[in-house]
Design a binder for this molecule. Sequence first.
Ligand code: ARG
Length: 466
Amino acid sequence: MAQLWGGRFVGETDRLVYQFNASISFDRRLLRQDIEGSIAHAAMLARQHILTDEEADRIRQGLEGILADAESGKLAITDEYEDVHSFVEASLIGRIGEAGKKLHTGRSRNDQVALDMRLYVREQVLETDGLLLSLLKTLLRLMEENLDAFMPGFTHLQKAQPVTLAHHLGAYFEMFKRDRQRLRDLCIRMNYCPLGSGALAGTTYPLDREDTAKALGFFGPTLNSMDSVSDRDYVIDFLSALSVIMMHLSRFSEEIILWNSDEYRFVEIDDAYSTGSSIMPQKKNPDIAELVRGKTGRVYAALTGLLVTMKGIPLAYNKDMQEDKELTFDAIDTVKGCLTLFDGMLRTMRFCRERMEQSAKRGFTNATDAADYLVKKGVPFRDAHGMIGRLVLLCIDQNKSIEELSLEQLKEICPLFEEDVYEAISLKTCVDNRITQGGPGRRAMEEAIRFNREELEKDWKEAFQR
Ligand code: ARG
């Protein structure tokens, strides 16, 4: 057991207590951030004449060596250390001796871990945004390719009005676009540096917190040291944004699972993204979509878990906060994996446009348009609604769609029907006339795509690139 706080203790820490307390098994993931923060801290200490330049230099070289050796596998991060901070400090002292013992001047593990976690979360926010961007590009391409792919639009999972595949995919485009905005917002909110807050009440050393904040790519230092060491809002913000991403992916997965079923056959998932059954030879299961839907639960669990962990914690740092890591790391890995696989599944999926169009034709999705046709001929909408209702009953009885009825049959319901009705209620007309902003009509869709293409060009991450 190698620990930093042996001085005031007489008895040896019980092994079980030690293991229960330790976080090295999971916070080793913060090694790079821990070292980056320590290098910035040491450089600032030298500028403030708290360390000599020579000491700061040796510390930097020592830390860089630790990182390089840990990354190459030459240096193992073993369980004999309590946490990643102890590991780094002990290794540094082992390498450079006396100067290494000065690194922790004016610092506590409380502001250290607060910094490490912030650096890590910020990095992961940017990576997640990159994956969303790639998914949005896939969606935009599919939208452009499917402006005329007619399909039924649903409400209550009942066929409602015709739309296009481009329009349906466009709905998901908007969701994932908002997800990126959420990431940008939280990244801006969290981008302040807690280093220099000490254990909870700052320090008597003349630290330059602006200096370390700038060196580490933050807008500036945080403004209250007690809040700084105990704030995990940004982790909760991130988990919340990740949960919403999963909610969107899960809804999309659910549709793909339905569309891939024999009842719909709107899509065919590529073999690479499907799996077979061990007993039923005919099966090709949409496992990836199902797993994405299923994994949504564990990401929500991480958010709920941390909210519950934080709710009763008095100021300032308490050890409960160590629980911010495992669930968060798992949620991040899960969402990144899901986004990557989902994008791949979408890129390789086959859309059965013929089948979608047939389906749109079969479900009376043009009934509203037939009523509107009569309205244009002077029938009040409520009366037209009733007439078309009777028409639909007739169609069901004869197993036909509205446009398959003869003009005579139509005139029996309402004498105002003319030959031009067939054109007016064709799938193409129904869709193309819906050109209110945000509608499925070709002109409205082209407008939306042009706008979104321009939006995608603007990459908010530039402000955070270092
Ligand atoms: N492993 C700890 C954590 O993750 C680091 C901070 C420890 N601070 C302390 N006062 N014991 O929260």
